[in-house]
Design a protein around this ligand. Sequence first.
Ligand code: THU
Length: 164
Amino acid sequence: MLMATSCSVPFEYRLHASAAELPEADRALLQAAHDAALRAYAPYSKFLVGAALRTKKGEMFTGNNQENASFPAGICAERTALHAAMSLDRDTVVETMAVVVPSVKGDRPVSPCGICRQALLEQEVRQSRAPIRLLMGAPDGPVVELKSAGALLPLSFDASFLNG
Ligand code: THU
């Protein structure tokens, strides 16, 4: 009789008690994401989200959620920032993305939704699997740091299935 095998996927993240522990460049990214959140268009959910990413070239791009009266037409902050960067230069390598929701305080910060996780994974594939570091939290509070956005999607779907 065949036996089932139990498998597990390691999931590691770092919880920084305060953003003050992080390098200046990371704090600047968190601050930019915070400021972007305040420019969000979220009249329906009133849930303001900001994202800021830093590229390998050292450029910064920001985004925020843009909602729509036809709710599914809205887009999240993470993808707004990602697409802003990629639409200017298709070879952009994203090194770090910060996600900030100013209304959510504490050590359980908002992390990207499922669709954004898929979009970030696609970006990692696109940049030859160079990991996108994620910072989630506040410029003046706790921050969760993840080495790779792809880690948020174990057993994920990517282009390798299409080409097989
Ligand atoms: N939202 C984001 O922008 N990013 C996330 O990671 C979670 C959700 C937005 C989508 C919608 O405009 C609002 O937050 C409520 O879901």
